[in-house]
Design a protein around this ligand. Structure first.
Ligand SMILES: *[C@@H]1O[C@H](CO)[C@@H](O)[C@H](O)[C@H]1NC(C)=O
Length: 467
């Protein structure tokens, strides 16, 4: 039954009994309860959002959005979801475009049938400060934020979030994320494993990493072959992109402000051939023209019938910038600023990109934490081939044995992708037809993947026929 506690609070204590399972909840998080998001259809689960101060002295606070599980939240695990960037929003991208319960469409929110809160209590965090609604009152914090600062704030956030939601302390906890969260997630997990609060508070049961940056050169240099094999670049361009200047060298020079003329030449040839009208995060999906040509909204009529809304990011920007939405979310922005998908104030230490985190993943595996690396197979930014190589290499280094040989997995009647599992603890899976943001472009397959991950089971091996 839909809990009407928010009304009851102001009416009479007796009414609270209507929500029997809620009676014991402390009052402290009530101010963070979301009554209803503008345009939201009625739902049976509760939502919360607000700030957790991570540094009192410098008044730095991180914003979260929490969607409890649709059914029986008290028996379901807690999952922290992090998007990457560095500097992009887990609320805007993760919750409202990928695996959250709603997606904005015009003035309303529509239900996401494959929301991950069918399986878990989903916590979305905008991190580090400077991203989305998260802020630091001392703006000097934004200059030179690095992985270590982010991981520390994330840990403090969770510790304090648990004091607001003590019923989740010690609950089975998973951390999932994508892209640059290939840094954030293992680094935070590592801090948890080392923390004194391990078990009592942080009952970490596994991590999942989607199209993650794990090792700079392997990940970035798999782009050339992906472009070439998908017909985005010619044979001759492939040759120079793998000999004269490879992508890791280009990025490395670029972030050091020392771009060589050879790399400049190679990249301009690559960029010309791949075209800006192809989404590098999904080379087969049509682009949202309004995102590409930000000013001229040339939406082609055919796109209306697209199965996935490729313009969902624009919809999210519009939605999260509404005053009524911000007020319902208990969010605020510094005067005049806009909510953006990726931070415009943060100056992240970009050379942290080159710090490998695959070794951190290795130490987590060694301490018995299950790890899933999954990959939307249409992504050219962090292609599946690089991730597969890295996982295979790690399994060899740790002396793990293949427990599930490379094989297809099914979602219903169709192949959802390929998977391989090592010593029942380290898994790799592709999501067929999925982008960098797998739950956005393949929500149904991604939910099957997520369910198997939480259950600690291999992905479905057999075809299920449902006429
Ligand atoms: C990329 O280029 C760098 C610098 O030239 C080189 O050291 C590295 O081996 C190259 N990597 C690949 C995969 O070609």
């Amino acid at each position: 039954m839909r809990c009407v506690a928010w009304r009851a609070m102001v009416v009479a204590a007796t009414l609270l009994r209507l929500c029997s399972s809620r009676e014991l909840e402390p009052k402290s998080f009530r101010p963070d309860m979301i009554m209803k998001l503008p345009g939201q259809p009625p739902v049976s689960f509760q939502q919360f959002s607000g700030y957790i101060t991570v540094d009192q002295l410098h008044r730095r606070a991180l914003f979260y959005y929490f969607a409890e599980a649709e059914v029986d939240p008290s028996t379901k695990p807690l999952v922290l979801w992090l998007n990457g960037g560095p500097g992009c929003s887990s609320v805007g991208v993760g919750a409202f475009s990928e695996n959250g319960p709603f997606r904005p469409k015009g003035a309303v929110l529509v239900r996401n049938e494959y929301s991950w809160n069918k399986e878990a209590n989903m916590l979305y965090l905008e991190t580090p400060a400077g991203v989305g609604f998260s802020y630091s009152s001392d703006s000097s914090y934004y200059e030179g934020v690095n992985d270590q600062m982010t991981a520390t704030d994330n840990l403090v956030f969770l510790q304090r979030w648990f004091t607001k939601f003590p019923q989740y302390e010690g609950r089975d906890l998973y951390i999932a994320g994508e892209s640059y969260a290939g840094h954030y997630v293992p680094q935070l997990a590592q801090l948890m494993v080392e923390s004194d609060d391990k078990q009592r508070v942080f009952n970490l049961k596994g991590i999942a990493l989607g199209n993650p940056v794990l090792e700079f050169s392997t990940d970035f240099n798999s782009r050339a072959e992906f472009f070439w094999s998908h017909g985005l670049i010619s044979d001759s361009t492939y040759r120079i992109f793998t000999s004269a200047c490879n992508y890791s060298r280009y990025v490395s020079e670029y972030y050091r402000g020392s771009l060589s003329s050879v790399c400049q030449r190679v990249m301009s040839q690559v960029t010309r051939e791949t075209s800006r009208f192809v989404d590098k995060y999904d080379v087969t999906l049509d682009v949202c023209i309004s995102s590409v040509l930000s000013q001229s909204m040339v939406l082609s009529p055919q796109q209306v019938t697209e199965r996935v809304d490729v313009c969902v990011e624009d919809e999210t920007v519009r939605y999260l910038n509404r005053r009524d939405v911000q007020s319902a979310l208990h969010a605020h922005l510094d005067g005049g600023t806009k909510w953006t998908v990726c931070s415009s104030v943060l100056e992240y230490e970009l050379l942290n990109l080159e710090v490998p985190t695959i070794s951190v993943v290795g130490s987590l595996v060694k301490s018995g934490i299950p790890v899933l690396v999954y990959s939307g197979d249409q992504d050219s930014v962090i292609p599946l081939t690089g991730s597969r190589t890295l996982v295979q290499r790690l399994a060899n280094e740790l002396g793990l044995k293949t427990t599930v040989p490379y094989r297809v997995w099914f979602e219903g009647e169709q192949v959802g992708g390929w998977t391989q599992v090592y010593s029942d603890v380290l898994s790799f899976a592709t999501v067929r037809g999925a982008s960098h943001e797998a739950p956005f472009s393949q929500p149904e397959r991604s939910l099957v993947l997520f369910r198997a991950f939480l259950q600690g089971r291999p992905l479905p091996e057999t075809f299920t026929y449902a006429p």
